[in-house]
Design a protein around this ligand. Structure first.
Ligand code: 0X9
Ligand code: ZN
Length: 426
């Protein structure tokens, strides 16, 4: 599956320098290529380019990569790619233009406030959460799931419509935006919140009423902000290591088989530095303790991007959890519901280890293993790069709304919860 190969990470093939100096406002005329070839050829191209510019941005795996080429190195890049028989496809001629188009114009954001035709910085996302919770004070509450290195709060929204006396609804937790550059995740999550609260579709209002929702649009707000204002391709947190390098991959930092697969122990690794120890990052430490304090946690769903995949635990083993068949059945229903919206086919459901690659220290695995949470899923949302067009956020948002509906319906069918007595009193 070619798009799977697009899926971005890998510590082996990445420029490991923290001196990544590309700034969003310095991307003018940078070209964005998809490259494909055999491992040694790709490696040669990468090293050749890194020799010319130590901050050359190469994000890839064994057979393919996305590379972002400064204008003065474009001809050198094309020449070496040709010589090495590496196939380079130009995806974006000027990536700065793409990044500019992702953000709201000042005029538009002043006029319309928060919307789903542009990507917003973390403060605006938080303002949205606060505004919507004031609009629905009986149903919602602003919640704090943890803290960040730079002193932000990990803010979310609890949606818990009134239930019959003594009824405790199952909790549905949504973790989104753990990887800073995957902007479609927070945008989709706020879209979904908005659907839950404003839709008059009876399926959606029922879904809203079935659960005690804890929804966190961006659990790595420091990283997201940095990606928004400085380096669009930032993935990690923003903590400073003892050697001065910045950030750890928050999806390698959880205390489950920490540091084993697809993890780097080099603090300067641009992508998958696992941190100095499990839960070294204040974000994962505080968020995991918040999650541990939740009684009755039934669903844990994480949103990433991209490549259209549905992943199940565990991410670093092909062994199946005891209710694996149920997870597959529930996941399939979710994908069928989603398919009706855009006819987009997701791969999976299957273990992350079988569908994608082995990766250790991820949130989903810890939540499943440490807390024994019954229904745990990771979605890689749509796209073939980190740049999902802003005007198509609603498309992704509608699909995710249906996918969540599919999850709930099939889980109820399989007897994971009974909701009739607990539905909203209205
Ligand atoms: O590598 C990851 O963390 C995820 N892919 S991404 O391209 N968005 O970075 C996959 C996550 C799979 N699940 C876990 N590793 N827990
Ligand atoms: Zn991710």
């Amino acid at each position: 599956m070619i798009r799977k190969l697009f899926l971005i990470y890998t510590f082996l093939y990445i420029n490991g320098s923290s001196s990544m100096k590309l700034e969003n406002n310095k991307y003018n005329n940078y070209k964005y290529y998809y490259v494909k070839g055999d491992a040694s050829a790709l490696d040669h191209v990468k090293n050749y380019m890194l020799d010319k510019d130590e901050s050359f941005l190469y994000i890839g795996d064994i057979k393919s990569a996305q590379v972002i080429v400064p204008p003065e190195l474009n001809s050198a890049f094309l020449e070496i790619a040709k010589n090495d028989k590496v196939n380079a496809t130009l995806l974006y001629d000027d990536i700065a233009e793409v990044i500019r188009a992702e953000k709201p114009s000042i005029l538009r954001s002043k006029k319309r406030g928060f919307s789903w035709d542009a990507y917003y910085d973390v403060n605006d996302i938080y303002k949205y959460l606060s505004n919507i919770s004031k609009t629905y004070p009986q149903w919602t509450e602003e919640i704090v799931g943890g803290k960040t290195y730079e002193g932000r709060e990990i803010r979310g929204l609890r949606i818990n419509t009134p239930a019959a006396e003594g009824v405790e609804k199952p909790v549905f937790f949504i973790e989104s935006g753990i990887h800073a550059r995957e902007w479609i995740a927070p945008a989709t999550t706020t879209y979904f919140i908005n659907q839950l609260l404003t839709s008059s579709n009876p399926n959606v209002t029922r879904l809203r009423d079935q659960f005690d929702w804890r929804i966190f649009p961006t659990v790595n707000p420091d990283g997201y902000h940095y990606s928004y204002v400085v380096d669009r391709y930032w993935r990690k947190t923003r903590s400073i290591s003892s050697n001065g390098c910045i950030g750890a991959d928050p999806n390698r930092n959880w205390d489950y088989n920490w540091g084993q697969y697809s993890s780097s122990d080099n603090p300067c690794d641009y992508q998958v530095y696992a941190g100095s120890r499990p839960f070294s990052e204040i974000e994962t430490k505080t968020l995991s303790s918040y999650i541990s304090g939740i009684d009755n946690l039934l669903f844990y769903v994480a949103f990433h991007s991209y490549a259209s995949l549905l992943l199940l635990p565990y991410s670093d083993s092909t062994e199946h959890v005891h209710n694996y068949e149920d997870l597959v059945q529930i996941g399939k229903a979710s994908l069928e519901y989603g398919y009706k919206v855009n006819e987009e086919k997701y791969s999976g459901p299957g273990t992350a280890a079988e569908t994608l690659y082995k990766a250790s220290g991820g949130s989903m695995d810890w939540v499943r293993y440490a807390l024994n949470t019954p229904l745990v899923f990771t979605y890689e949302l749509r796209g073939s790069s980190f740049h999902w067009p802003a005007e198509r956020i609603p498309e992704q948002g509608e699909e995710v709304t249906q996918m969540m509906l599919g999850l709930a319906i099939e889980a109820e069918n399989l007897g994971y919860f009974y909701s009739d007595s607990s539905l909203s009193l209205k």
